[in-house]
Design a protein around this ligand. Structure first.
Ligand code: NAD
Ligand code: LMR
Length: 341
């Protein structure tokens, strides 16, 4: 076993929380009328922690808002048509802003193939957020996450409002999938399967650490197949949807989990840990500025970035391959903002 970083990985999310009345939180979804945006907004409407839901999209947000507003929970839902004033209004006062705006993959495409379209969408939405509500926790779902998150950081730096503790690439779906896939293999309850997944959010940058799971005994061909399935789980959905997009429903669940965890931490709950792609010290020495690992969340966002813990030689190989791609993806995002401010 290699001790790459001192392990601070805790698989148990302690819920040492004395429940008091939840604070009222506004949450904004940019791209709310899309495949992810709609079910994500519905889940947020069901959350007692959300009292105001701002739904923004370049098309269709008022209709989605009208529909969701009939769900019989107390929160207020507002839909916004695409004007700069409306976008600013949607963002104002939001504790959490989620961005699923952008095009999804079609079969045969990589996430990086989405860069040309999605980079400018995310840049412009980050620009609006930096102006209207720079303190919001900004959760980026739009792909390629490995590049769109650095794009947001660069935009915030331009406005002198960058706070690394409030910028999150949403990689929750990778651990959702990993726990489901391992449970299928072992015939166990997926809820009891916690698999740490680190790195980034595409192909070989997705690194599951099975040696830290409940099943470190998975080895050889079975392990290789499982790792490959976790790394390329998104492709399964893209292929099955056959041109109609990528994961939307499982992603809505994953995005909701991330948003809710941020609100739980804001409410004072301790021990809230989620995997997320953040500005991270773990591999900065190798020139990799962002990295996904388990992160403890606090009222102000990132509280503690956990190390990757003990890994075996196979996983060290996966990390090495991850870092090569991740560095390029991050640099591409940074360069984009420098050249297209
Ligand atoms: P979709 O096409 O169904 O929805 C995207 C929505 O964004 C549309 O309603 C569109 O009108 C809107 N939009 C486009 N430009 C906009 C802008 N400038 N401002 C506001 N809204 C805008 O796509 P989807 O299936 O919801 O996927 C969205 C993105 O999420 C894709 O880039 C996809 O690759 C990514 N994704 C990420 C993960 C992840 O794990 N992080 C998982 C699944 C999908
Ligand atoms: C996923 O992991 O499902 C998303 O990143 C969408 C995709 O393109 O696969």
């Amino acid at each position: 076993m290699f001790s790459v970083r001192r392990a601070a990985v805790s698989f148990t999310q302690k819920r040492a929380f004395s429940a008091s009345a939840a604070n009222p939180y506004k949450v904004a979804v940019l791209g709310a009328a899309g495949g992810i945006g709609q079910p994500l907004s519905l889940l947020l409407k069901l959350s007692p922690k959300v009292t105001e839901l701002a739904l923004y999209d370049v098309r269709g947000a008022p209709g989605v808002a009208a529909d969701i507003s009939h769900v019989n929970t107390n929160s207020v839902v507002k839909g916004y048509t695409p004007t700069p004033e409306n976008l600013a209004e949607a963002l104002k006062g939001a504790e959490v802003v989620l961005i699923p705006a952008g095009v999804p993959r079609k079969p045969g495409m990589s996430r990086d193939d989405l860069f040309n379209t999605n980079a400018s969408i995310v840049r412009d939405l980050a620009d609006a957020t930096a102006k209207a509500n720079p303190k919001a926790k900004l959760c980026i779902i739009a792909n390629p996450v490995n590049s769109t998150v650095p794009i947001c950081a660069e935009v915030y730096k331009k406005h002198n409002v960058y706070n690394p503790a409030t910028l999150f690439g949403v990689t929750t779906l990778d651990v959702v999938r990993a726990s489901r896939f391992i449970s299928e293999l072992k015939s166990t309850d997926p809820k009891a399967e916690k698999v740490t997944v680190v790195g980034g959010h595409s192909g070989v940058t997705i690194v599951p650490l099975l040696s830290q799971s409940n099943h470190p005994d998975i080895e050889g061909e079975v392990r290789d197949k499982l790792v490959n399935r976790i790394q390329f789980g998104g492709d399964e959905v893209v292929k099955a949807k056959d041109g109609a997009g990528s994961a939307t429903l499982s992603m809505a669940l994953a995005g909701f989990r991330m948003a809710e965890s941020l609100l739980r931490a804001k409410d004072g709950e301790t021990g809230v840990v989620e995997p997320t792609f953040v500005d991270s010290p773990l591999f900065k020495e190798q020139g990799v500025e962002f990295f996904a690992s388990n992160v403890e969340l606090g009222p102000d966002g990132v509280k503690k970035i956990h190390g990757i813990g003990d890994i075996n030689s196979y996983e060290k190989g996966l990390i090495d391959a991850c870092l090569v791609d991740l560095k390029k993806n991050i640099e591409k995002g940074v360069k984009f903002v420098a050249e297209n401010p």
